[in-house]
Design a protein around this ligand. Structure first.
Ligand code: SF4
Length: 213
């Protein structure tokens, strides 16, 4: 069984898959409290569903791209058989994780979008650093950036772990409504840093506080 916050069909707003229709499966609960978290409703709200029920609901949307997110999806043990069964049914499966839980048991065919928490989140001491060694050329790593010191932190981690050479993409995402995207763009350009500036597309298509999109 899984505790599910919401399942919905929308446009992928993050990662290199931005713009693609996608079914989102949002799992309940998180053991972090990032200062800029935009899904606090997923901390506790949810209902129990069997894996088969989740798969049936996903199938109703007729969409081959599925993202498992949260909250923190890797907190629930049954997320692993869910990922296996979605893959077996022919879906392209992505998981978005906060980066503080080990990703070692995520099936190899799942695309991992993993956060590295910067100091501005208030949770950077929780990063599970061993995860960085497990990332592959399928995976993407995301830094949510609140200010210049977060940017310097992210830049240092990217260089020290050769993340640009070892992953599909390094995403620098400004905290919506706090960090001006044009300032982050200027820093990236000044440093000739080949990362991707990521804006959360769903917050521009819909209102930033709209749920289920
Ligand atoms: S890890 Fe994600 S869900 Fe958890 S508090 Fe941070 S942003 Fe929110």
């Amino acid at each position: 069984m899984l505790t599910i916050n919401e399942i919905f069909h929308s446009i992928q707003g993050e990662s290199t898959h931005t713009g693609r229709p996608c079914v989102f499966v949002r799992l309940t609960a998180c053991d972090l409290r990032c200062s800029w978290c935009d899904t606090p409703y997923a901390f506790t709200e949810g209902r129990k569903m069997s894996i088969d029920d989740v798969i049936s609901r996903v199938d109703t949307y007729g969409c081959d791209l599925v993202e498992i997110t949260g909250g923190e999806p890797l907190l629930q043990r049954d997320v692993y058989p869910l990922m296996e069964q979605l893959l077996a049914s022919g879906k392209t499966v992505m998981v978005e994780t906060g980066g503080h839980r080990s990703i070692k048991d995520v099936p190899a065919d799942v695309i991992r979008i993993m956060d590295v928490k910067c100091p501005g989140s208030g949770e950077s001491d929780k990063n599970h650093w061993e995860n960085l060694d497990l990332l592959t050329s399928r995976d993407e790593v995301k830094f949510v950036i609140r200010d210049r010191s977060d940017y310097e932190f992210a830049k240092d981690i990217v260089a020290r772990h050769d993340l640009l050479g070892r992953t599909a993409a390094v995403l620098f995402s400004p905290v919506h409504g706090v960090m001006p995207a044009k300032d982050l763009a200027a820093w990236i350009l000044a440093d000739h840093l080949p990362v991707r500036l990521q804006l959360q597309a769903h917050k521009y298509i819909w209102d930033a506080n709209t749920r289920g999109v």
